[in-house]
Design a protein around this ligand. Structure first.
Ligand code: FNR
Length: 352
């Protein structure tokens, strides 16, 4: 059963998501990232000046190894958020994704709330965002709307299940992803929305022609919690916490046995520069955060977000220096300890 929402229903949902993502913070579960620690060595042997925090993503050089991940657009309030996010991203040399553009594909008056990102961040690496239910022609329009450098396709089955007006038909997504990847002129990244990509899912995506995956695991923004708040009886609270945490997804992604060897981006529950460095050490080529940057912007203002992005860059450099890693690839050679529940789950999955 599918209930196709109107453009204005979709748009007001965006405002509700923003409010709930901010309000429900603090109910975040303990981070699996805390199960990942580095062995400290007393002779790092390098200086901060030598450290290159840049990374290569989808064939492009990013000066900074973290990015503002997909969130919003479609309404007056979310246009202002996108404008502020984009200005901060441009100032700090950070890549930025927009939220799902479906609402603008159906209603041209809403295009500006997304394209503002490109206007405010003309030189940034910008990612467009659609779900696997759009056709290739719509996907291309989403890319053109932002003159985007890449396209994210979000997999949000768990969210749809809990969304009162959500989709209940998940057939044909792999085929749709292949069709979009074949049609668009920019690289395609398939991402989750906070429930994690499993080894099996990544293995399947490797055959669709996409350029990379973003595991977008649990531990941060929880769309089951958010959508449950929008249900009249809030009767699905028992599903909160569904999915695999980002650290576990990264461990599993290292074990994907596929000749395509898709590059992996990490996001979901990233709280600070140490989580960024942990994710890079576990094989991610770049690391996204949504909830943290959104809360910084909404609670403390645009200048605080700008500062925060610069602080994260500085701290990533400091941590890499401490770890003796002159570049991101060398972080993968650091000595990482995985303990606790994450180690136990990795063992159960046969990826320790
Ligand atoms: C999101 N996220 C998201 N993802 C996506 O691909 N398309 C979208 O439209 C949205 N919308 C959205 C709205 C809001 C308010 C938030 C906070 C998040 C999901 C996001 O990109 C990310 O995968 C998850 O939020 C997990 O990361 P954090 O928030 O734990 O850093």
């Amino acid at each position: 059963m599918s209930h196709e929402p109107t453009a204005s229903q979709r748009a007001s949902r965006k405002d509700e998501h923003l409010d709930l993502a901010i309000r429900l913070h603090g109910q975040d579960r303990t981070g699996a990232f805390d199960d990942v620690s580095f062995i400290h060595h007393g002779l790092p042997g390098i200086s901060a000046e030598q450290v290159d925090i840049g990374t290569t993503v989808l064939g492009s050089r990013w000066e900074v190894p973290f990015y503002i991940n997909a969130m919003t657009g479609g309404t007056r309030a979310t246009a202002a958020i996108n404008s502020d996010l984009a200005e901060a991203a441009a100032d700090a040399g950070v890549a930025i994704a927009c939220g799902s553009q479906h609402v603008a594909l159906h209603d041209p008056e809403r295009v500006d709330s997304f394209s503002v990102i490109r206007r405010r961040a003309p030189g940034a690496f910008v990612l467009a965002n659609v779900g696997p239910t759009v056709g290739p022609e719509e996907a291309m329009r989403a890319v053109e709307m932002l003159q985007a450098d890449a396209l994210q396709i979000h997999l949000n089955a768990a969210q749809e299940m809990v969304m009162p007006e959500g989709d209940r038909d998940f057939t044909g997504w792999s085929e749709a992803i292949s069709a979009i990847a074949a049609a668009v002129t920019v690289p395609v990244v398939v991402k989750e929305v906070g429930f994690g990509l499993s080894r099996r899912t990544i293995g399947a995506l490797a055959h669709t022609g996409v350029a990379a995956v973003d595991v977008a695991g649990s531990g941060g923004t929880d769309f089951i919690a958010i959508e449950n708040e929008r249900r009249p009886r809030r009767d699905l609270s028992y599903l909160v916490g569904w999915g695999q945490p980002t650290a576990l997804c990264l461990l599993e992604s290292l074990a994907v046995d596929d000749p395509v060897d898709l590059p992996v981006l990490a996001s979901g529950g990233v709280r600070n520069p140490l989580d960024v460095v942990r994710s890079l050490a576990l094989g991610a080529c770049a690391v996204g955060a949504s909830g943290h940057f959104l809360r910084t912007l909404v609670k403390e203002g645009p200048e605080a977000l700008r500062q925060e992005l610069h602080t994260w860059s500085e701290h990533v450099r400091t941590l890499m220096t401490l770890l003796g890693a002159p570049d991101v690839s060398q972080l993968r050679r650091t000595d990482v300890l995985v303990t606790g529940r994450t180690a136990e789950q990795a063992r159960a999955l046969g990826v320790d």
